[in-house]
Design a protein around this ligand. Structure first.
Ligand code: ADP
Ligand code: ZN
Length: 288
């Protein structure tokens, strides 16, 4: 069977035709402009492809509740042209196939659990630290959703003693994303993270916030593996700082051999998939 997949992002839409094994037969990348410009190109690509169903991993927030009548509709987003755009409905209408939608990070977590760095465990988290901070979760093979979808980037964090930065989140100012996403680093220090590699305090503060978040996620979700990706995590030295902070903050409370200095590098890991994690995950959404 052939399935369609869309990775809907703030800068680009990646569309593909593939199968339930994540094999991609055809792919196209379309810039994210207004829906009126972008979507006709998406529909054109899927015309006559013979797909049976479509999976979408989307930027959000997006409505994922089937009873609301607005399943798959984009909600609050800084990309204002997309607010209230009924992405899943429109894609279904123009392609003629059923659509399954989820968040971009949930879909990445799904991919990592099947083919990446979270194979062999029943639960994992995929955290991205980039322009924003988001996380997707897999629990027993399925993505975690509920009332809405998790918004793990917006949790409250305790302020670092040497940090007076106000925070960038338009909703909460100094939430995790407001303090630790790429734009927060850039505003706090006056230049982007990429130019701050040698400034130790930058990464000590960064790791302090990210580790707090992971500790909270461990207490609430008890994931068996934590994958961290996104532009900011290109600073590879951050991994060890985060691992050390996580072990210290847990203070031995959670008994797992993985949460020890010797083993934590097998617990907090980079992604195993670089290209096509989103697209492969969206194919699986469709195939399931
Ligand atoms: P997006 O989140 O938009 O999909 P990225 O994951 O690439 O894109 O995140 C972009 C953010 O990551 C920017 O704020 C940028 O400053 C930061 N970033 C990108 N590369 C690096 C790097 N090598 N070191 C530190 N920060 C980086
Ligand atoms: Zn926030």
């Amino acid at each position: 069977m052939k399935f369609g997949a869309i990775e809907a992002g703030g800068t680009k839409f990646v569309c593909a035709v593939g199968n339930e094994d994540g094999d991609v037969f055809e792919k196209i990348v379309i810039p994210t402009e207004n829906p009126e410009v972008t979507m006709p190109k998406v529909y054109e690509f899927f015309k006559d492809t013979g797909i049976e169903r479509m999976g979408i991993g989307s930027f959000g927030p997006i409505d994922l509740n089937e009873g609301t009548g607005s399943y798959g509709t984009i909600q609050k987003t800084p990309k204002t042209a997309w607010i209230n755009f009924p992405l899943a409905d429109e894609v279904s209408r123009y392609t003629g196939v059923p659509v399954v939608a989820d968040t971009d990070v949930n879909v990445a977590a799904l991919s990592e659990s099947l083919w990446g760095n979270a194979t062999g465990v029943n639960s994992c988290l995929y955290i991205t630290v980039g322009t924003g901070i988001g996380a997707g979760a897999i629990v027993n093979g399925a993505t975690l959703k509920g009332l809405s979808h998790p918004e793990m980037g917006h949790i409250a964090v305790r302020r670092h003693a040497e940090d007076t930065f106000a925070g960038t989140c338009p909703y909460h100012s100094d939430c995790l994303e407001g303090m630790a996403a790429g734009p927060a680093i850039e505003q706090r220090w006056g230049k982007p993270g990429n130019d701050l590699a040698d400034n130790e305090l930058v990464w000590e503060i960064e790791a302090y916030y990210l580790a707090q978040a992971i500790v909270n996620y461990i207490y609430i979700l008890s994931p068996e593996r934590v994958i961290m990706g996104g532009g900011v995590m290109q600073q590879a030295h951050l991994f060890d700082l985060i691992r050390k902070n996580v072990v210290d903050m847990l203070n031995g409370y959670v008994s797992s051999p993985l949460l020890t200095p010797d083993r934590v590098d097998n617990y907090i890991v980079p992604p195993g998939l670089t290209n096509e994690a989103g697209i492969k995950g969206a194919l699986i959404l469709a195939a399931k």
